[in-house]
Design a protein around this ligand. Structure first.
Ligand code: A3P
Length: 320
C-alpha cells in the first residue's frame, strides 16, 4: 500500500509534460530502496519548470554528477572557462571569494533542502546549473533544447569512500558516525540519494554515445591524469575553445592552477565559509586523489564492486 500510494502521489506531483512514471520502473527502484529522491527530485525540477514557467534555454549548461565524483572541481572549472573574458584577471576572480557551489547551484537542492526559489533572472547567459538527477528524471525541456550536458563520474571505489567521509562529516555528532560496512552494503544495493551509482553513470554514458554534441562524458581519473587535454575538450564541447593566443599566454594552465585542489582548499572562503544550507565549505575538500579507496576497502569489498560493475556495464564498453 505504501508503494502504491507513493507511486500515485509522485505522479500527481510530476508536471504533465514529463508524463507519468512507469509503475514497473518505480517498483524496481522501490525494491532496492531508492525511490524517494529519484522520483521526487524529478518532480522538483519539474516544479521549477512548470510552476515558475521556467524551461531550459538553448544556451544552458547543465553539469551532472553522482555525489562525490568531483562536482566542486568541475563547477569551478566550468565557471572559470565560461566567464574567462568577464573575469580575465585571475587574481580578482569571483572564485577566490565564493565556493563553487554558490556560483553554480544545484537547483533541486536549493529548492528542496534550502527551501529557496532560486532567482533565475540573476543568472547571466550561458546559465550554469548542476544536478545529481539521473538521466531518466531530467525534465523534457532539457532534452528538447540545444542546452549542453557535462557529465562527470568517478570510479565507484573512490566515489564510495569519499561519500562515506562526507556523510560522516555532515551527520549531527549526536548520531555518531555511520559504519563503513553498513553504508557499503547500501551503496552496493543502489541505495543512494540519486539512485544506484551504476545506473546513473550508464544513463549518461549511453546518451553521450548517442548524442555526443549534447552530452560530454568525463571521468575524474582521466581529468587528473591529463587535465590539459580534458580542459580543452570541455571548452571545445561548450563552443568556447581556447584561442592560440590564450594557449600561448598560458590561460589553460592558469585555469587549472586556479581550480586545483590545493589552491581552492587553501582559500579563506573554503577553509572557514559556509554554504547557505549551513554545510561548511571545507567538507567538500578532503584529499582529492585517485586511489584513496586502497586505504579503506577490503579485497572482498573491491571484488563486490568490480562484480557489480561487470554485470551492469556488460556490453556498454564502459570501464573504470
Ligand atoms: P575525496 O573525498 O576523495 O577527497 P564532490 O565535489 O562531487 O562533492 O566531490 C568531492 C570530492 O572531490 C572529494 O574527494 C574532494 O576532495 C574532491 N575535490 C574537491 N575539489 C577538488 C579539486 N579542485 N580537484 C580535485 N578533487 C577535488
Amino acid at each position: 500500500d505504501t508503494f502504491v500510494s507513493f507511486h500515485h502521489f509522485s505522479n500527481k506531483l510530476r508536471p504533465p509534460s514529463f508524463g507519468p512514471n512507469i509503475l514497473e520502473d518505480v517498483f524496481d527502484m522501490f525494491c532496492i530502496g531508492s525511490v524517494p529522491m529519484w522520483t521526487l527530485l524529478g518532480s522538483c525540477v519539474g516544479l521549477l519548470e512548470g510552476e515558475f514557467g521556467e524551461t531550459s534555454k538553448n544556451t544552458d549548461i547543465l553539469l551532472v554528477t553522482t555525489p562525490k565524483s568531483g562536482t566542486t572541481w568541475l563547477k569551478a572549472i566550468l565557471f572559470v572557462i565560461e566567464n574567462r573574458t568577464r573575469y580575465a584577471d585571475m587574481n580578482q576572480h569571483l572564485l577566490l571569494a565564493n565556493n563553487p557551489h554558490d556560483l553554480v547551484p544545484f537547483l533541486e537542492l536549493k529548492l528542496y533542502v534550502d527551501k529557496q526559489v532560486p532567482d533565475l533572472t540573476s543568472f547571466t547567459s550561458p546559465r550554469l546549473f548542476a544536478t545529481h538527477l539521473p538521466f531518466s528524471s531530467l525534465p523534457e525541456s532539457v532534452m528538447c533544447s540545444a542546452s549542453k550536458l557535462v557529465y562527470l563520474c568517478r570510479n565507484p571505489m573512490d566515489t564510495f569512500v569519499s561519500l562515506h567521509h562526507f556523510a560522516n562529516k555532515i551527520r549531527p555528532p549526536s548520531l555518531g558516525p555511520n559504519r563503513l560496512e553498513d553504508v557499503f552494503d547500501m551503496f552496493c544495493k543502489g541505495v543512494c540519494i540519486c539512485g544506484p551509482f551504476w545506473d546513473h553513470v550508464l544513463g549518461y554514458w549511453k546518451e553521450s554515445l548517442e548524442k555526443p554534441q549534447k552530452v560530454l562524458f568525463l571521468k575524474y581519473e582521466e581529468m587528473k591524469e591529463e587535465p590539459i587535454i580534458h580542459l580543452k575538450r570541455l571548452a571545445e564541447f561548450l563552443g568556447c575553445s581556447f584561442s592560440l593566443e590564450e594557449e600561448t599566454l598560458g590561460v589553460v594552465d592558469e585555469i587549472l592552477r586556479l581550480c586545483s585542489f590545493d589552491h581552492l582548499s587553501s582559500l579563506e572562503v573554503n577553509k572557514n565559509g559556509k554554504l547557505s544550507s549551513g554545510e561548511e565549505n571545507k567538507a567538500y575538500f578532503r584529499r582529492g586523489e585517485v586511489g584513496d579507496w586502497k586505504n579503506y576497502l577490503t579485497d572482498e569489498m573491491v571484488d563486490r564492486l568490480v562484480q557489480i560493475g561487470e554485470q551492469k556495464f556488460v556490453e556498454s564498453g564502459l570501464k573504470f
